[in-house]
Design a protein around this ligand. Structure first.
Ligand code: CA
Ligand code: CA
Length: 231
């Protein structure tokens, strides 16, 4: 009888441990990989491992140029590696990627060292909005061309680890999240500007090249919120 009780105790203990592990796994995987919803205008899982990346949103914003290298070592499955010299993913401009009011830009990034001479582009719609690191990965900015200007966060990305970065604007307030934590906010005056420039990931201009891995890029036409478990 005592043996049975001990065996039962061990079994219950194991079940409990596995359920705790399963909970932890669920927490880690939040923040992606995402499913496209009605507000998703671009969603790049970067899982193709070949050719040009495809958009999983209903808008079909597929890339038409990819000079980055596929890797199986992404945040979620495969990702793209950018060499810090000339690698880019380019997507044609269209009105779904232009914003009148609300926008959320986000990506998972792993910076691997020095990039372009000016800074390191994560994503950019030149003339409208851009997420970029300082050239050595020592800080991050969300820039809106025109009157809104820049919001920055003094966060060091030189640890060669994956980080989730997100910026939102609702027409009034701008929020900047790193690994799901709200790091900076402001209320810039002015309005969003639109341009016909292509949307780029990794670089958009000489001197702005990203050095490292990028995964799970999502652009949304609403303000999304994030929490600290998004990492
Ligand atoms: Ca991926
Ligand atoms: Ca190259």
């Amino acid at each position: 009888m005592r043996k049975i009780v001990i065996v039962l105790g061990v079994v219950v203990g194991l079940i409990w441990s596995f359920s705790v592990l399963a909970e932890e796994d669920k927490t880690i995987s939040s923040g992606g990989p995402y499913q496209a919803d009605e507000h998703t205008v671009l969603l790049m899982h970067f899982d193709e491992l070949d050719g040009n990346p495809k958009d999983s949103s209903k808008f079909g914003n597929d890339a038409y140029s990819n000079t980055a290298t596929w890797t199986g070592e992404g945040k979620f499955g495969p990702a793209l590696q950018f060499d810090g010299i000339d690698d880019a993913v380019v997507i044609a401009s269209n009105k779904n990627l232009q914003f009148k009011g609300a926008i959320t830009c986000e990506a998972w990034i792993k910076c691997l060292g020095l990039g372009g001479e000016k800074y390191q582009t994560i994503l950019a719609k030149p003339g409208e909005y851009m997420l970029h690191l300082w050239k050595d990965g020592s800080s991050i900015c969300f820039l809106n061309w025109g009157s809104l200007g820049t919001i920055g966060a003094d966060v060091d990305f030189r640890d060669k680890q994956w980080h989730h970065v997100a910026a939102t604007y609702d027409g009034k307030k701008r929020n900047f999240y790193i690994d799901g934590e709200l790091r900076e906010s402001d209320e810039p005056s002015g309005s969003i500007e639109n341009s016909n420039a292509p949307f780029s990931i990794g670089t958009y201009f000489k001197g702005t090249e990203f050095n490292g891995l990028i995964d799970e890029v999502r652009i949304s036409n609403i303000v999304r919120t994030f929490k600290a478990s998004d990492k």
